[in-house]
Write a protein that binds this ligand. Structure first.
Ligand code: 2NL
Length: 356
């Protein structure tokens, strides 16, 4: 090996040994092999030599380059190993430390009730259907046989949206989940069995009303469904949901534009204590009836071939009754103290109570 290359090798060995971290190591690498490095410079000078001299010098330079590269890489490996050793030497894992507290999330009572509803009606063969919060006037009112001047259509109750596009249909925030059943009937042929939980909106705000609240509605359409099936279905649901196998129930004749005949359902409770069951008092809990033939026809279902029942109830209300929650307003205030008190563990799934 020529003198200058032996010297370069000796110098590089010395500067590499002096480089104590990867940053210093990289400076050495650049100084030797970089674009303006010592060896690179020598390679550039080859062009000025005669062909024989160039062949000899070129071979020496290539050997030197291989050797220098090997030296430099070996130092990098050593430095990296030393850095890892130092890190492993400094870090300690204390396996005796108590675990950091993991804040456990809680299920909101509304969500919990919806899970229970899904479990109970699911066991009875109902599917869950959902739909948009913004509907047009026809799906929310017209299809349901709610006349133009019905109180539920009055501006004070309904949130109207600014006029939409070309179709000229007035859009509303749905005042009940019924438009989802309308969509279901229009989209799929009977038989139908769906329950529809979801957000609903009415321009009403006081201690017992929120402008946004939740409803559960159900719809069953088949050839021969009767009021008897409706009663059996609601009896099974209410007993299962409240977990009271002998829950007293009373069916009262009523009126809705979308069902005929219609009936409201009361459950037994104690007005003084708020306890559900045989307390001697009655509490109205839901509305129901046989789907009006005009509603079936509006939704593309032939009322001479099919009939069915429908029902609707407020989710907040049945949740408050079941769990003794006295005030509606904190449902939407996102106060963690309230949720810690009334929330449910995500590890305890909704189960079917007695009755189904
Ligand atoms: C109540 C009463 C009810 C319905 C909702 C319904 C839906 C269609 C057709 C026929 Cl698409 N009926 N829904 C029927 C009876 C009562 O709700 O008090 N809700 C809170």
């Amino acid at each position: 090996m020529t003198d200058d290359l032996a010297t370069l090798k000796a110098e590089t060995t010395a500067t590499l040994a002096a480089a104590e971290d990867l940053r210093a190591w990289d400076a050495v690498r650049v100084a030797v092999l970089g674009r303006n490095g010592t060896l690179t410079q020598k390679l550039k000078e080859l062009g000025a030599l005669t062909p024989e001299a160039r062949r000899e010098r070129g071979a020496a330079l290539n050997r030197a380059k291989d050797e220098l590269t090997a030296l430099i890489e070996a130092r990098r490996t050593a430095l990296e190993a030393a850095a890892l050793d130092a890190q492993l030497g400094n870090e300690r894992l204390d396996v005796t430390l108590p675990p950091r507290p993991q804040p456990a999330g809680l299920i909101h009572p509304i969500s919990r009730t919806m899970e229970e509803i899904a479990a109970i009606f699911g066991a009875m063969g109902f599917a869950i259907a959902e739909g948009p919060d913004i509907e047009d006037d026809w799906r929310n009112f017209g299809a349901l046989n709610i006349p133009a001047h019905h109180s539920a259509r009055e501006d004070m109750d309904t949130f109207y949206l600014p006029p939409a596009g070309a179709d000229g249909r007035r859009r509303v925030l749905r005042t009940h989940t019924s438009p989802v059943q309308v969509r279901t009937m229009l989209d799929q042929p009977p038989p139908i069995r769906v329950v529809v939980p979801g957000r609903t909106y009415r321009a009403d705000h006081d201690a017992t009303h929120s402008p946004m609240f939740h409803q559960l509605e159900g719809l069953a359409i088949d050839r021969t469904l009767t009021l008897g099936h409706l009663k059996g279905c609601l009896i099974d649901f209410l007993r299962a949901y409240f977990g009271i196998s002998n829950l007293p129930m009373r069916f009262r004749s009523s009126y809705f534009p979308f069902t005929e005949p219609s009936m409201e359902v009361d459950i037994g409770w104690n007005r003084r204590t708020g306890e559900l069951g045989g307390g001697g008092d009655w509490l109205e809990i839901l509305g129901s009836g046989m789907v009006h033939s005009k509603v079936l026809a509006n939704c593309g279902v032939d009322p001479l071939m099919w009939q069915g029942f429908a029902f609707g109830m407020g989710i907040e209300r049945i949740t408050m009754l079941k769990h003794g929650i006295p005030d509606l307003r904190p449902f939407y205030e996102s106060d963690l103290r309230w949720l810690r008190h009334y929330g449910f563990s995500p590890l305890a799934p909704a189960i079917l109570h007695e009755g189904v």
